[in-house]
Design a protein around this ligand. Structure first.
Ligand SMILES: Nc1ncnc2c1ncn2[C@@H]1O[C@H](COP(=O)(O)OP(=O)(O)OP(=O)(O)O)[C@@H](O)[C@H]1O
Ligand SMILES: [Mg+2]
Length: 259
């Protein structure tokens, strides 16, 4: 077993043209943990995810995956080394069956270790029985919650070590959010490391181990959820969003260990 954190971002700067968006972002994500990234619109959450995935190049700083420097690797090379993506908006192929969506997701696995695909598909179906039941259904005809489950399962089928999940709860009904939460709990139990970006702070706090608060491209606060308090969240994320009952309750539940 490796002693290195699963992911380490060291003093990363990144931007577009003359604009610098990330001003030295650092983050350590221990293996098997869930790191939450929270911040207001435009704070740089998605750009941070994209520098981890290699979609946006870093201008300075480093990205380490399980101790290996992947800073200059392409997105495909990072996927081959065990990064998985659950993209914003879920991006399932609506006109394809559930199983074909999973097959496409398993592209890199089938290329590297073809024999493992059948086993990985079987494991995925046992983890998410609703996908087995609906394996011949067109993905676009499933509910939002089921599509969210499919998008997470599609990332897991490649057997990643780290998955990057950007705003998974967006646009989901409260019931569908519960469904998604159960799916992400399954991910936690399988020991896959996760970076989770969430606008829905209450939803995010109910899942993550550590919260990183991002403000205009800087991490202004990093702490285990158990040591976060409402004032800190309110200062960095805006009073209105945080004092909303749901966020406070989620925080309290995590501190009490009831969630
Ligand atoms: N491709 C791009 N070209 C130019 N600027 C960009 C690009 N992508 C993002 N930005 C800028 O970078 C900043 C951070 O964007 P980012 O998408 O990371 O925000 P975010 O924290 O994810 O916000 P949201 O909560 O709205 O998703 C914004 O000012 C945005 O306009
Ligand atoms: Mg975003």
């Amino acid at each position: 077993m490796s002693a290195a954190p699963m992911l380490e971002i060291i003093d990363v700067t990144a931007g577009f043209g003359a604009v610098t968006v990330l001003h030295g972002v650092s983050m350590v994500v221990p293996a098997g943990s869930i790191a939450g990234v929270f911040g207001l619109n435009g704070a740089g959450k998605s750009v941070t995810m994209k520098t981890i995935g290699g979609v946006v190049p870093v201008r300075s700083g480093r990205v380490l995956l399980d101790g290996e420097d992947v800073t200059t690797l392409s997105p495909e090379q990072r996927v081959a080394r065990g990064m998985g993506h659950v993209p914003q908006g879920r991006q399932v192929f609506p006109g394809l069956s559930v199983e074909d969506n999973l097959r496409l997701g398993a592209y890199t696995l089938r290329r590297r270790r073809r024999a493992r695909y059948a086993a990985s598909l079987e494991r995925t179906y046992s983890q998410f029985p609703v996908l087995r039941e609906r394996r011949h259904q067109l993905a676009g005809t499933m509910s939002g919650g089921q599509q969210a489950s499919l998008s997470v399962a599609r990332a897991l089928i490649n057997e990643p070590r780290l998955i990057l999940v950007d705003e998974p709860s967006a646009g989901l009904s409260p019931v569908a959010q519960l469904e998604l939460r159960a799916v992400l709990e399954v991910v936690r139990q399988t020991g896959v490391t996760m970076v989770l970006v969430e606008q829905n702070v209450a939803f995010g706090l109910s899942l993550v181990d550590t919260a990183h608060l991002l403000q205009t491209g800087r991490v202004v606060h990093s702490a285990p959820v158990a040591s976060l308090d409402n004032d800190t969240l309110a200062t960095h994320l805006g009073i209105g969003r945080v004092l909303a009952g749901a966020t406070g309750s989620a925080l309290l539940a995590r501190k009490r260990g009831t969630s």
